[in-house]
Write a protein that binds this ligand. Structure first.
Ligand SMILES: *Cc1c(COP(=O)(O)O)cnc(C)c1O
Length: 400
């Protein structure tokens, strides 16, 4: 790990570099599945663990190792393992340590596939699971009176941007005997440091801001050296959710501009949240750092910025929301986020379609809600696009 005295912007460019014998400037892409040995003796010693040597890219690879070291340095974590996708990271972080009879407590507002793992997959293996409303600290307290082995949460939540008090929930979880796993995708490693607030494990979908340019899938799990090496690594090594070295290389190069991109997009997201607020076509706006966010103070206490996502509800329900989305010219309709291109989606019929109507109602994901992931376009151009699209949505509503 690099010295923590270097600032995040510097670590994002230099963290984790290992140069080959050719002394290349840019990080090398080792697109190889295997490695060769000087002798049978060396191969045997490598497998016995007495010599350090790469064996096979499912276990480790020099390009992937650079990504892992850079992310660990940025996060302030002892160790990191990269995976093929964010879901592979979440799945591995949970299944590497859970067993029949265990109990998991999770925040209700989870990314759709994380919700499926907790509600559907884990119970198949005899793991008891329970969901808690994010912002309700009393509900967390009550759920964690009974012992638990793991707490999984996401803050800010997708798409309603609810905030969970990380330090408070980590304290309750530890008293219940649970490790705390935080899905830190929305905040990015720059805006929120879950480990410093008491979390034990952080997971990322690197597909989002780390690549940030809509190219590759990837994921990462970060934690202590002993947990990563003794608990996670055997699971990953033997089940194979390995990241491609090519994708690792794309992510390394994506990270070089992460600080610039997250700062710029967050500033524009905050501006767009202000722009949307109070418009006649807009019922409500959610953005963590706005004074009208019910948890603004908590957001400001545990995050360095409000993030790159704004959610808002249009007047007129699904037809107005669809008409607004369909009228967008610059902003694309897409369920991805954290891209340089601004992307908008209708969570109720896309990302959160499968969780069902009752669960959506509990989370406040109505048919009026649009989630906007802000990119790097000129803010004036984005506002002009939103303005004409909202006008189209209003007309569609008037015609209903
Ligand atoms: C996208 C996302 C995931 C899943 O990541 P993939 O790379 O798509 O597998 C998990 N959690 C959150 C919060 C996400 O936004």
């Amino acid at each position: 790990m690099m010295t923590p005295l270097l600032s995040p912007a510097t670590l994002l460019v230099h963290g984790g570099i290992t140069r080959s014998q050719f002394a290349e400037t840019a990080e090398a892409l080792f697109l190889t599945s295997g490695f060769v040995y000087d002798s049978a003796e060396q191969a045997a010693a490598t497998f016995a663990g007495t010599v350090e040597h790469y064996q096979y890219s499912r276990f480790g690879n020099p390009t992937i190792a650079m990504l892992e070291a850079r992310l660990a340095a940025l996060e302030g974590a002892e160790a990191c393992r990269a995976t093929a996708s964010g879901m592979a990271a979440v799945h591995a972080a949970l299944l590497c340590q859970l067993k029949a009879g265990d109990r998991v407590v999770a925040s209700r507002a989870l990314f759709g596939s994380c919700h499926w793992i907790v509600s559907t997959l884990l119970p198949r293996y005899g793991i008891r699971t329970e969901f808690v409303d994010c912002a309700d600290l009393d509900a967390w307290r009550e759920a964690l009176i009974e012992p638990a082995q793991l707490v999984l949460l996401e803050t800010p939540s997708n798409p309603m941007l609810e905030i969970i008090d990380l330090a408070a929930v980590a304290g309750l979880a530890h008293r219940a005997g649970a490790l705390v796993v935080v899905d830190n995708v929305f905040a990015t490693p720059l805006l929120q440091k879950p480990l410093a607030l008491g979390a034990d494990i952080v997971v990322y979908s690197a597909t989002k801001h780390l690549d940030g340019q809509g190219r590759v899938l990837g994921g990462a799990v970060l934690g202590t050296k002993s947990w990563i090496e003794n608990t996670l690594q055997p699971f990953i090594r033997n089940t194979g959710p390995a990241l491609s070295p090519f994708n690792a290389w794309v992510l390394i190069k994506g990270m070089e501009t992460l600080a610039l991109r997250v700062q710029a997009a967050s500033a524009v997201a905050a501006r767009i949240a202000d722009f949307l607020t109070g418009r006649t076509e807009v019922e409500q706006v959610w953005y963590p750092f706005r004074a009208d966010h019910p948890q603004e103070q908590l957001a400001r206490a545990q995050m360095k910025g409000g993030g790159t996502v704004v959610s808002f509800a249009v007047v007129g329900g699904r037809s107005a929301a669809f008409a607004t989305l369909d009228a967008l010219r610059l902003i694309a309709i897409s369920n991805n986020l954290g891209d340089t291109k601004s992307l908008a989606t209708h969570p109720a019929t896309t990302t959160h379609m499968r969780i069902g109507e009752a669960e959506r109602a509990r989370l406040g994901i109505t048919e009026s809600v649009i989630r906007l992931s802000v990119g790097l376009e000129d803010p004036g151009d984005l506002e002009a696009d939103l303005e004409q699209a909202l006008a189209a949505g209003r007309l569609a509503h008037a015609a209903d």
